[in-house]
Design a protein around this ligand. Structure first.
Ligand code: GTP
Length: 181
C-alpha cells in the first residue's frame, strides 16, 4: 500500500517552548525518548505513513514541529498555510503553558481557521500521586474552547498515549474530508 496526495495531511504541533513538542514527534516517529532535543529553530518537518483501522487507505502525515519561542512567530505564520490539523500541547507541570494555548489558538485560527485538533497535556510521567493543576472540569472547558476532538495526557518520555494523539488526529482529518462507510 502506498500513500497518495488524496490522503495527505499537514499537521502542525504548537505550544510554548519546552512543553515537549520535538520530543513528542521524536517519540512518535522513532518510538524512543530523545532526551537532548535541541531547541527548535524555526521549524522542522517529518513524514509518517499511518494505518488506522477505520480507514482502508494509508494516510500520509506531514508533521511540522514549530518553534515555541515568541521570536519565531513570523516564521510560524508561513507554515500554518495548508495545515489540516493541529496538536495543541502544554506541559502538565507548568500552568502558564496551558493558559497560553488561548494565544496559540488565536495565532493558528487567524491564519487557517478552526481545524481538527487534539489537546495534549505532556510530561505525564512527572505527575506524582495523580495531583495536577488542571481538573476534569477545566479540561473539558479548554477542550471546548479549542474545539478539540480529544484530550490526551502524554509522556513523550515513556511513550504514553503518543501514538493515540496522531492516530486520532489522522482519523479526524480524514473524516473532515471523506465519508467513512
Ligand atoms: P521548543 O523547541 O523550544 O519549542 O521546545 P519543545 O516544546 O519542542 O520542547 P522539547 O521537546 O525540546 O522538550 C523540552 C524538555 O522537556 C527537554 O529537556 C525534554 O527532554 C523534556 N521533555 C519533553 N517531553 C517530556 C516528557 O514527556 N517527560 C519528561 N520527563 N520530560 C520531557
Amino acid at each position: 500500500m502506498v500513500g497518495s496526495n488524496k490522503y495527505f495531511y499537514k499537521v502542525c504541533i504548537v505550544g510554548d517552548s519546552e512543553v515537549g513538542k520535538t520530543t513528542l514527534v521524536n517519540q512518535y516517529l522513532k518510538r524512543r525518548f530523545v532526551a537532548d532535543a535541541q531547541r527548535t529553530i524555526g521549524s522542522n518537518f517529518f513524514v509518517k505513513y499511518v494505518k488506522i483501522p477505520e480507514v482502508k487507505h494509508l494516510i500520509t502525515l506531514q508533521i511540522w514541529d514549530l518553534a515555541g519561542q515568541p521570536r519565531f512567530k513570523w516564521v510560524r505564520f508561513a507554515f500554518y498555510k495548508g495545515a489540516s490539523g493541529i496538536v495543541y500541547a502544554f506541559d502538565l507541570t507548568r500552568r502558564h503553558t496551558l493558559d497560553s494555548l488561548i494565544n496559540w489558538k488565536e495565532e493558528v485560527e487567524s491564519k487557517i481557521g478552526v481545524m481538527p485538533n487534539i489537546f495534549v497535556g505532556n510530561k505525564r510521567d512527572l505527575i506524582i500521586d495523580d495531583t495536577r493543576f488542571i481538573n476534569a472540569e477545566e479540561i473539558s472547558q479548554f477542550k471546548e474552547t479549542l474545539s478539540a476532538n480529544a484530550y490526551f495526557e502524554t509522556s513523550a518520555k515513556l511513550g504514553t498515549n503518543v501514538k493515540n494523539v496522531f492516530d486520532i488526529l489522522a482519523l479526524e482529518m480524514y473524516k473532515n474530508t471523506h465519508i467513512i462507510i
